[in-house]
Design a protein around this ligand. Sequence first.
Ligand code: PBG
Length: 430
Amino acid sequence: MASTTIVKPQWSLSGIDCQRYGGLKPSPSAKFCHLGAASRRQPSRRLLVVRASENHNDYSIKKMGMSDAECEAAVVAGNVPEAPPVPPKPAAPAGTPVVPLLPLSRRPRRNRRSPALRSAFQETNLSPANFVYPLFIHEGEEDTPIGAMPGCYRLGWRHGLVEEVAKARDVGVNSIVLFPKVPDALKSPTGDEAYNDSGLVPRTIRLLKDKFPDLVIYTDVALDPYSSDGHDGIVREDGVIMNDETVHQLCKQAVSQARAGADVVSPSDMMDGRVGAIRAALDAEGFHHVSIMSYTAKYASSFYGPFREALDSNPRFGDKKTYQMNPANYREALIETREDESEGADILLVKPGLPYLDIIRLLRDNSPLPIAAYQVSGEYSMIKAGGVLKMIDEEKVMMESLMCLRRAGADIILTYFALQAARCLCGEKR
Ligand code: PBG
């Protein structure tokens, strides 16, 4: 019997309806079509239809012109209408051993045996609404490719960036986080450019808010793009990263970003006490509505390599191990979680993502706050490189890695794949 299933849109944003990843997919024989004009501007008419079968047969078509009572009477009288025969048992290949059935009361494969069942029992879902798209910006007019991150660019803040944001919104990604490439001449030991109200980031926020008032803008709060030492804090002459003095600068940076229109400020510096201090500074200036996403468990990771190349922000000496966490540590993440919760963080972030799934789960189980995961530059570049070398299927690995971050407990994911993955979720292939 031919049946038609309307796949209900799982979300609707920016005027397009999208399918949930891993949900019903058309089988090779099934037809996938758009109802009505498939224009982006007419979302209500854009429904996806899956025909489960194209094999029309006589059993469903012929009507006998009988009433319900006559049909029932016929069956009671033993005149059962014809239906398709029971299909023959599919043959196993020659040589298949004949064995007695295993005495299993539970066969978990039963719930996995068809796309419809798998889709019904899927525990985790992925939506473009879960993504935050990190974007690199610079003062230039051109978009400059980033060698270590294929497919990523330093975008011109006035042109390329605006186009990229429009593309992302078009497929339901309405949250971005900005990372500036700052000219060397504006860097200093105390990173004062970080709170210049006419600096690259505040200027860009104002432009984006003017063009897309409902865009959710996250900002990075840390000194490294502005520090002539390439560190997230002020460096004393003996190499010590000064905590409280750095927090003072970070508060000014966060307030400057909030003044420009940032929705969520995200301290990624790992100084002690910065969340509480930033909360107080924002509130004192009337920005009680601005959220704080704290990089709660940020590890001193080598997976950040490509990012530092993108921003030319490698530390000029030493490493970041006196402030970022030791990758060997698990319980220590609970100390950071307690501090950030009590200091007023709105979202807790774990970074990197995939190698730190246990930390994501730890925070998920120990805090009622939303959890963010950052799929960092090194994770992105490894998947891209594997795809380019044809060692893995880039798109499938991308989607799987994002789904795994959600399964581990992340509500939102910061990922350079945001646009590509959202297009994939929307059924677009590029
Ligand atoms: C710096 C910052 C870093 C990243 C985000 N913010 C790098 C670092 O801590 O050295 C890394 C992001 C990535 O690798 O994608 N405050």
